[in-house]
Design a binder for this molecule. Structure first.
Ligand SMILES: Cc1cc2nc3c(=O)[nH]c(=O)nc-3n(C[C@H](O)[C@H](O)[C@H](O)COP(=O)(O)OP(=O)(O)OC[C@H]3O[C@@H](n4cnc5c(N)ncnc54)[C@H](O)[C@@H]3O)c2cc1C
Length: 472
């Protein structure tokens, strides 16, 4: 017989002590409300283990009692993977496991517990004159375990890779409560399946990560940051190629944003002033790092060449930290400003980089055919082929009616283009509960079978984040 909520709370309290369990609905609210406010299920309890042993105790208890458990980090995930689906699960927050266990500058590694907030990992690395280069808008809240489990991307993937590429090893509690001690920092280790790569990006469905060995890098001497006025995605692609040829791996970021995004932010009072060189249909935000002893001015020289080739219209270079911060704020506030402009329909998709202009052109045309007056706001990581293909409702439309009529139709239209161009329906945010039906439709059936076989081998009782990521 399933345990009652009261039994669950009493048994978990006996395991963890009173300050390790939250059972009162009001106090649980912060763990249940996710950023997009799309999922609204309760939980039986929230647990706050203070040690790896306590995580093991929770998992053993859940396995014995067949209770679904959901690992949670900063609760910033955008696909509902970290919040309940059924309403009877127990959330396991890793927030109290927040120690940096060690930093080894010579080896280029930092071992951090799952609950370390990304910004704190940045600070710990910088204190040793190094960087941990995973950078994203949620870095003040997102935690190491969640970042790895969602294989987060962000704005520096171009130079340093995504969370998977930044992880050397993980320690994780498996579904039977045993501890997988995989915190190695070996560059070469061909002794079988790469279990670290299986746990990274698994969205908490295969184990609970308790710590990870992460790659850190020498801190650049400084950055050159420019906001470039550009005619459109075609020109942006050519500019990107020119920069790759001239600057190589020091090109850290290449993001694109349409003018409408800047107008929205100025209108909503989210920027103190226009950071651009003037009105242009599109902007590219570009950042290049310079290592100690490197020659300054690499980006300036490349931009001058692009200007001579009539590839770009204008450019502004950040001359101070305030300028750089404003340019990045403009990019990072893109999602937020859309919620101030009424309802929006969003897609986190990727295609081969050369196909980005076609994706944007066809996607905009399809949306405008479907919903005249709709406001396309595609932006994001052009250098990774990853576009946040978002649309804001027409001005004056009724938000609920707009969503009811166009949400599904627009998804269908955009995903059809993405798949035809050889792309992915989830570039960096994952599957969670939001895209589980979609995954079943688009993923190679052999891949789905392999994923199911792995899941049932590693979690035979289905207690780890049940119902998420993997279609039945
Ligand atoms: C403003 C904003 C900007 C964002 N920008 C980006 C971006 O640029 N790029 C990007 O990739 N994402 C971005 N995101 C999405 C989100 O921040 C990332 O997915 C992040 O990696 C989630 O980390 P978290 O600690 O909040 O994890 P949660 O949201 O708590 O969890 C995410 C997933 O990881 C699992 N999980 C959490 N901890 C563990 C653990 N210890 N062991 C096993 N599984 C675990 C959860 O069960 C869930 O499946 C953004 C989100 C916001 C709100």
């Amino acid at each position: 017989m399933p345990l009652s909520a009261a039994d669950i709370i009493a048994q978990l309290t006996a395991l963890l002590g009173a300050n390790g369990v939250i059972g009162e609905a009001g106090q649980m609210a912060g763990y249940l409300t996710e950023p997009r406010k799309r999922f609204h299920q309760p939980a039986s309890a929230v647990t706050l283990p203070a040690s790896v042993e306590q995580v093991q105790a929770i998992v053993r208890w859940a396995s014995e009692n067949r209770v679904g458990i959901i690992p949670q980090g900063g609760n910033t995930g955008l696909v509902g993977a970290q919040v309940p689906l059924r309403g009877d699960e127990v959330i396991v927050s890793l927030a109290r496991l927040d120690r940096i266990r060690s930093i080894d500058v010579a080896a280029g590694t930092m071992t951090a517990e799952a609950g370390v907030i990304l910004e704190n990992a940045h600070k710990a690395a910088e204190a040793e004159d190094t960087i941990f280069p995973l950078w994203l808008g949620s870095q003040g809240s997102a935690r190491v375990g969640g970042l790895l489990s969602s294989n987060a991307g962000g704005v520096n993937v171009l130079a340093y890779g995504n969370a998977r590429e930044l992880t050397m090893g993980v320690e994780a509690v498996m579904a039977d409560g045993r501890l997988y001690r995989g915190l190695n920092s070996l560059k070469k280790d061909n002794t079988g399946y790469d279990l670290k790569d299986l746990l990274v990006g698994a969205e908490g469905t295969l184990g609970i990560i308790t710590a990870a060995t992460l790659k850190i890098f020498p801190k650049p001497e400084d950055h050159e940051t420019a906001l470039v006025s550009i005619a459109g995605p075609e020109a942006a692609l050519t500019l990107f190629q020119l920069l790759r040829e001239r600057i190589g791996s020091r090109l850290n970021a290449f993001e694109i944003v349409p003018r409408i995004g800047l107008d929205m932010q100025l209108r909503q009072g989210m920027l103190d002033r226009d950071p651009s060189a003037g009105t242009s249909p599109w902007y590219a935000l570009i950042e290049v790092s310079r290592m100690r002893g490197g020659t300054p001015g690499a980006l300036m020289a490349a931009i001058e060449a692009a200007f001579t080739d009539s590839l770009i219209d204008n450019a502004v270079f950040a001359e101070s930290l305030a300028d750089r911060t404003r340019m990045w704020a403009f990019r990072e506030q893109m999602s937020e400003v859309q919620s101030k402009e009424g309802a929006s329909i969003k897609h986190d998709v990727s295609v081969p980089i050369a196909a980005v202009p076609q994706l944007i052109a066809e996607g905009i045309a399809a949306a405008e055919r479907l919903a005249p007056g709709i406001r396309p706001v595609p932006f994001g990581h052009m250098g990774d082929g990853n576009i946040h293909f978002n649309f804001s409702q027409p001005v004056g439309a009724e938000p609920k009616a707009f969503m009811a009529e166009f949400d599904e139709k627009l998804h269908e239209a955009i995903y059809e283009i993405v798949l035809r161009l050889g792309g992915s329906v989830s570039a960096e945010h994952g599957i969670g509960q939001l895209k589980i039906d979609l995954l079943e439709q688009v993923k190679d059936p052999v891949a789905l079978d392999m994923m199911r076989a792995i899941k049932s081998a590693l979690d035979p009782n289905g207690i780890l984040n049940p119902g998420k990521m993997l279609p039945r």
